[in-house]
Structure formats: structure tokens, C-alpha cells
Ligand binder design. Structure first.
Ligand SMILES: [Zn+2]
Length: 339
């Protein structure tokens, strides 16, 4: 073990004792797209003893430009991302334990999925899931590291419940449905993934080796194209925060802000936000026009893309045709409408 990790052990912040701590650590990564796969590779190479990776998607050719763990073969075989990731990670480090879980994380399974892990890393692509992670981690007093990247922009912060502000202290409410850009609508370049993942995984190494003084204690924002880097210092948690101040974990409740998804007819799933929204369909049509065939009238917008037909209504409800799998429909909705 010492030889494999010798350069890391030589590093002052880690040393032999730190390496021992890493090999006894259990880390959970939600999402195995560009960010999640990058976190997984770094932490597997660093010798984290146990990695649990959770994701609901399959590898596609459009992923290969930035999701560095995956190959053309994985995309041809449409392997679940966590399975393709585990196969590759085993080749990189056969000495650690990797648990790959194909699942759509939601209020009913998040607490079980988090059980037994010391630290949670965000590799998801939507705010809905991040609020859920925030609720679950604050409730169980588990440190988690938020990270997001789209276009050439990214952000990250490390959340230690009761010690630092939580995600909801900083972003009080979910952005309106359809307002946030996604990698599908705004594109993304790989270097911003590397930057955000580098900060998240470095923070993870600090947390796991108990180097808490070295944490950056800020909301970090980067734009690798505009050459803009910001570090917004974070202070105390907000006492009025619904999550960490009032301990009201509404995203963990079944009837909360979570999207409901129900099978409707043959090969179609309806997705509906619990709070009605008012979508600007013309604006959404503009974002989607280069991705597939878009038709729009006063009441609805229809997008044909990747073998699915997505019909979006002004109240943000949508019907995804071409699948009878709820997780797939939620994923299509998150990518093309954005949550
Ligand atoms: Zn808070």
C-alpha cells in the first residue's frame, strides 16, 4: 500500500496517518455524470476504502466529450453509468470496495442510500436533488460537498451541518422550473468539470484526513471561459433557514416539492411539479430548437429528441412518451426542461 500511495503520503497534509484514514473512509457520490465520475476516479486513485456511487442514467455518445471514465464501448452497450464506472475503477484500483447502485434518488430512498457513509459528494445535475441531499445530510449531521457545472461556469461549497451555512442558507428556494440552464440546453465544456471536481475532491481529502482548518469555507464560483474566479466567504448558518435553522426537512416528505411521476397510458410517463409554475414556452422553445424537432402553440410545447417525445404544458407538467420507466422520464425532464 505504501508504494502505491507514496507520493500522497509524502504530501504534508496527508502523511501516513492521513492515508490510513482515507483507506478507512466510506464516501457516497450522488450522480455519475461528468462531475460524479470525475470525483469517483480521483477518490479511487487516492485510496478511499469504500465508494458508493448512485446514478439513474445510461452512457450515451453525447457524454464522451466530458465524462472521462466512459468509453465508446460503454455507450454502444448503453451500460448504466455506475456499472461502466465500476468496471473502469476496478481496473484503476482493485484494492478498494466499490458499490454501484442504479437508482433514481428520491425522498423514499435517500436516507437508506446515505446510511453508513462518512461523506457525500454531489455529482448531480439538478437543484431538486441537491435540496434533497441537503435535507438528508443536515438531518443526519453528515458533511456534503455541493458542486455544479454547466456551460463554462461552475460552483462549489462544503457543508458541515451546524458549523457552516447549508445549501438552503445560501439559496433559500428552488429556482423556478425551467429557469436554470442545463448541459443539454446551454452546453458544457470539460475543463470546468475538472476545476469543480478538483475543488470538491480536495475538500473531501481535507475532511477525511481531519484537516478542517484547510477547508476554503466559501462559495467558490468559476468561469473558465470568462476567466472569472470568485470566493464568497461564508460565515455562520442562517438561524431562519428552513433546513438547518428550523429543521423542517420538507424535501424528505412524500408530498413535498418533489416532482411526481406517474405512468400514463402505454409507454408514457407524466411528470408534474407539486407547486404550479408558469413556464415561458417561447423561451423554452428557443433553448431547445437546436436539440430536436420543436413544435409549440399557446398551450404546449412538443420536443422530439433521442427517441422520446416530450410534451410540456405551461404549468410545467410534462408527458414523456417513449418510455414507461419513471426514472428515465424524470431524467429526460431534468435535462430538457431543468429542475
Ligand atoms: Zn441552512
Amino acid at each position: 500500500m505504501d508504494e502505491r500511495y507514496s507520493r500522497q503520503i509524502l504530501f504534508d497534509g496527508i502523511g501516513k496517518a492521513g492515508q490510513e484514514k482515507l483507506s478507512n473512509s466510506r464516501v457516497l457520490i450522488f450522480g455519475c455524470g461528468a462531475l460524479g465520475a470525475s470525483h469517483a476516479e480521483t477518490l479511487a486513485r487516492a485510496g478511499i476504502g469504500f465508494l458508493r456511487i448512485v446514478d439513474r442514467d445510461f452512457v450515451e455518445f453525447t457524454n464522451l466529450q466530458r465524462q472521462t471514465l466512459f468509453s465508446e464501448k460503454d455507450a454502444r452497450e448503453r451500460l448504466p453509468k455506475v456499472i461502466a464506472a465500476k468496471n473502469r475503477l476496478k481496473e484503476i484500483n482493485s484494492e478498494i470496495e466499490i458499490e454501484a447502485i442504479v437508482a433514481d434518488v428520491n425522498h423514499s430512498n435517500i436516507e437508506n442510500l446515505s446510511a453508513g457513509c462518512d461523506l457525500v459528494l454531489d455529482g448531480t445535475d439538478n437543484f431538486q436533488t441537491r435540496y434533497l441531499i441537503n435535507d438528508a445530510c443536515v438531518k443526519s449531521k453528515k458533511t456534503w460537498i455541493y458542486g455544479a457545472a454547466v456551460s463554462s461556469y461552475g460552483a462549489t461549497m462544503t457543508i458541515i451541518p451546524n458549523q457552516t451555512p447549508c445549501l438552503r442558507c445560501v439559496f433559500e428556494e428552488l429556482p423556478p422550473v425551467g429557469s436554470a440552464p442545463t448541459c443539454e440546453t446551454a452546453g458544457v465544456i470539460q475543463p470546468i468539470i475538472s476545476v469543480v471536481s478538483a475543488f470538491q475532491t480536495t475538500e473531501a481529502l481535507k475532511v477525511l484526513t481531519r484537516n478542517t482548518k484547510a477547508l476554503h469555507k466559501s462559495l467558490m464560483q468559476f468561469d473558465v471561459w470568462q476567466n472569472d474566479w470568485r470566493k464568497i466567504k461564508l460565515h455562520q448558518p442562517n438561524l431562519d433557514c428552513k433546513t438547518c435553522g428550523q429543521r423542517n426537512f420538507e424535501f424528505l416528505e412524500a408530498e413535498s416539492a418533489e416532482f411526481s411521476a406517474v405512468l400514463c397510458g402505454r409507454n408514457a410517463v407524466q411528470i408534474a411539479p407539486s407547486k404550479p409554475a408558469n413556464l415561458d414556452l417561447t423561451d423554452l422553445a428557443k433553448k431547445l430548437e437546436n436539440l430536436g424537432k420543436v413544435k409549440q402553440n399557446e398551450y404546449l410545447l412538443r420536443l422530439s429528441v433521442d427517441g422520446y417525445e416530450l410534451t410540456v404544458f405551461r404549468d410545467a407538467r410534462a408527458i414523456v412518451s417513449g418510455t414507461d420507466d419513471v426514472a428515465t422520464a424524470r431524467s429526460v425532464y431534468a435535462k430538457f426542461v431543468g429542475v
